[in-house]
Write a protein that binds this ligand. Structure first.
Ligand code: GLY
Length: 431
């Protein structure tokens, strides 16, 4: 089979790594890819949002399956364009990608279909939003409705902060059209879990859960990022809890989308708050998490390619996937300054020596290669060092030992990935 993966981050490297290992994969392409992906796939110099060029590349090469990684092209309708040109594609249609493209749509879907989510109201008028926020207990969350590169969510400790966050979106238009409406939402405390399912329009085939680390620095301090590290499994999700997540969140979401005339196909990612009353949906994403995808592929025993095909073909009800029981840990190495401004172009050494390590893969996120093959930093999140171990401690040790062998003074990572699971896994109670 000829496969095209769209995207160029750590998630897409992980997808390419897993797909390249499939005996069904004869040719693998990635657009635009990165220096690490280039070792698994032929990289095409096409941006992930260049819909017309991607359709031409896929049809010219008679691609059998396209796999779209990032949210922006999904929300822009890349899957519709590829399928319209006859290319089988893993990922949701533009209508179904609204689940991530509009937080208001997602929250209203939950409210209408009885899917647990924190209380909320949607506003387009700043004064109405401020009046509602002022009537609510603190802290309170203000969210820009659309895609805002991870910057549209503010957890407000005071009503003044809530007013400023509302003004930033609705009055100052800091997020452009993504802030034309806002959600003002009850703030839940506790631990977050990332839950995933492959979906074929009808069936949610649940994958293992993971936990991410959004703040940039140790101890969950500093600005929020796309994710600085992840691990799977998480002690917060035992088998009964996984069944609860499937029965109360994932499968009902799939059924709700079908009932709304927007059948969902692809990867459904529910960001959940684990509360004493059960899991609640904080947000949906319509693609694999990054770096959660890296830990999932390390634990995947089955061939990924038939699983993605089964989602496209509507046969997940008779499909099963097998997973290694071991723990996978992924630690992101980012450019100093990320998620603010940072340097590009610095050389990164020590990567070749790590290729021979067992149960360890350095997935590239923002990298590019010189003509001689040497690797340079080319983004905010640059590498995701991912290890498998019999325990979380063992996997962490393997990942951090590898990181200490990477020569890149311009990079930084969190040194405490997995700390919550190692400290004391609990679901917070009221007292
Ligand atoms: N790691 C969080 C995300 O992919 O959205």
């Amino acid at each position: 089979m000829k496969i095209l993966v769209v995207g160029g981050g750590g998630r897409e490297h992980a997808l390419c790594w897993a797909l390249a290992a499939s005996p069904l994969c004869d040719e693998l392409y990635c657009a635009p890819g990165n220096a690490g992906i280039a070792e698994e796939a032929t990289c095409l110099e096409i941006g992930a949002e260049d819909v017309d060029a991607l359709v031409t590349a896929a049809t010219d090469r008679a691609i059998d399956l396209a796999v779209v990684g990032p949210e922006a092209p999904l929300v822009a309708g890349l899957v519709d364009a590829l399928e319209g040109a006859g290319v089988k594609t893993f990922g949701p249609s533009k209508a179904a990608a609204e689940l991530e493209g509009s937080k208001a749509f997602a929250k209203e879907l939950c409210a209408k279909h009885g899917i647990p989510t924190p209380a909320f109201q949607r506003f387009t008028d700043a004064e109405d939003a401020k009046a509602y926020a002022a009537s609510q207990p603190l802290p309170i969350v203000v969210k820009a409705d659309g895609l805002a590169s991870g910057k549209g969510v503010t957890v407000c400790q005071t009503h003044g902060e809530a007013e400023r966050a509302i003004d930033a979106a609705l009055v100052d238009k800091r997020f452009g059209a993504a802030g034309d409406s806002v959600i003002v939402e009850q703030c839940l405390s506790g631990q977050e879990v990332s839950a995933f399912a492959l979906v074929d329009g009808e069936t949610a085939l649940m994958l293992p859960c993971a936990q991410d680390h959004k703040p940039a620095y140790d101890g969950d301090t500093g600005p929020n990022t796309g994710g600085m590290g992840a691990y799977s499994p998480t002690p917060l999700v035992d088998e009964p809890t996984a069944e609860l997540i499937h029965a109360t969140i994932l499968q009902p979401t799939v059924e709700a989308m079908k009932a709304e005339g927007r059948p969902f196909k692809g990867l459904l990612y529910a960001g959940l708050m684990m509360t004493p009353d059960g899991p609640q949906v904080l947000e949906y994403n319509v693609r694999f998490g990054d770096p959660e995808c890296q830990v999932l592929v390390m634990r995947l025993m089955s061939d990924l390619l038939p699983a993605l095909m089964a989602a496209c073909d509507g046969v997940l009800d008779s499909f099963d996937m097998r997973w290694f029981a071991e723990t996978a840990v992924s630690v992101v190495i980012a450019a100093r300054g990320y998620p603010g401004s940072y340097q590009k172009g610095e050389p990164i050494g020590g990567l070749d020596a790590l290729k021979a390590e067992e149960d360890l893969v350095v997935f590239h996120a923002g990298t590019k290669a010189d003509a001689d093959g040497s690797v340079r930093a080319n983004g905010g999140r640059v590498l995701t060092v991912t290890a498998l171990g019999g325990t979380l401690e063992e996997a962490r040790e393997r990942a951090y030992t590898a990181i200490d062998r990477i020569d890149w003074p311009g990079g930084f990572c969190r040194r405490d990935i997995g700390w919550r699971a190692l400290a004391k896994p609990t679901i917070e109670t009221e007292d």
